[in-house]
Write a protein that binds this ligand. Structure first.
Ligand code: NAP
Length: 285
């Protein structure tokens, strides 16, 4: 069997076209342009690329976007004051503080200062809590993107399916597990303390790998026909971007697979647009 590829680039393009149409409709009906503010502190190279891509995606969707760049010497109090100001800015519907922050700033304090109504990254405790109890909030973008990929292959309702999540971070693994549960899957969450990872993944109809290590999932660990979603972003020996999954091996066993690059990566920014759109629509009532 050779797996079908779930093309994150193509799905993103389709979803972004839909978001642009929603933005145009909202503007025409209520005069509201969805607005995203992105704050970058310091000069982390990868972060610079991420924020540039986020701002570009906003512009392409017809959003208003603000990029605030600050020196690594910015104090925590100064950053908290900027977040508060954006909380009170009616032209801004989503606030994203790019992580990691310089060491002297407490990430958690900053995220918790973002108004839950504008927490389009979905990292606030209120957003995580809303997801846990099935209330309206914002879903963390990366796992939300993975759910959209499953939906795109007809797997919106996962009743009767077993999903195994590899990794339990607050930004990917845990919210991923919650979203899979909400879609009626039976969910197993694995991590570095899991004794026999392969024994778990071989039972899975859906495997989501979110570890940050190459070849965590190999062909012998996958049930024939399973859906494999690769969140990982690593570099191979040649310096090329690759995921957590041994793609060449696993694609011969899986039914569906996401590539890296061109899989989950583009979906993350797309879901940020979707969340910001949703936030602007909520303001309009
Ligand atoms: P993280 O915070 O480092 O979490 C990694 C998780 O993997 C931890 O829960 C860890 O277990 C678990 N783990 C480590 N080694 C393991 C092993 N051998 N077997 C099973 N589990 C193992 O990472 P993250 O922030 O969730 O990110 C994970 C990956 O996704 C990274 O490559 C990151 O770059 C990528 N990512 C991609 C996107 C995207 O848009 N494509 C977005 C976010 C993250 P313990 O909890 O026991 O330590």
């Amino acid at each position: 069997m050779t797996a079908q590829i779930i093309d994150g680039k193509a799905l993103s393009a389709q979803l972004r076209t839909e978001v642009a149409a929603r933005a145009a409709t909202l503007k025409a009906k209520s005069g509201i342009t969805p607005g995203l503010a992105v704050i970058l502190v310091g000069d982390n190279q990868a972060s610079q690329v991420y924020v540039r891509n986020k701002v570009k995606a906003c512009e392409e969707a017809g959003f208003h976007s603000v990029l605030e760049k600050y020196d690594a010497t910015m104090t925590e109090a100064e950053l908290l004051a900027r977040v508060e100001a954006l909380n009170n800015d009616p032209s801004i519907h989503g606030i994203l503080v790019q992580l990691p922050l310089p060491k002297h700033i407490d990430d958690h304090k900053v995220i918790e200062t973002i108004s839950p109504a504008k927490d389009v990254d979905g990292f606030h405790v209120a957003s995580a809590g809303a997801l846990m109890v099935g209330e309206v909030g914002f879903k963390a973008c990366t796992p939300y993107g993975c759910m959209k990929m499953l939906e795109s292959i007809g797997m919106k309702d996962l009743r009767g399916k077993h999903a195994v999540v590899i990794g339990r971070s607050n930004i990917v693994g845990k919210p991923m597990a919650m979203m899979l549960l909400a879609a009626n899957a039976t969910v197993t969450v694995t991590h570095s303390g899991t004794a026999d990872l392969g024994a778990m993944t071989r039972q899975a109809d859906v495997v989501v790998a979110a570890v940050g290590k190459r070849n965590v999932l190999t062909a012998d660990m996958v049930k024939p026909g399973a859906v494999v979603i690769d969140v990982g972003m690593n570099r191979d020996d040649a310096g090329k971007l690759c995921g957590d999954v041994d793609y060449d091996g696993v694609k011969e066993v899986a039914g569906f697979i996401t590539p890296v690059p061109g899989g989950v990566g583009p979906m993350t920014i797309t879901m940020l647009l979707v969340n910001t759109m949703e936030s602007a629509e909520r303001t309009a009532g």
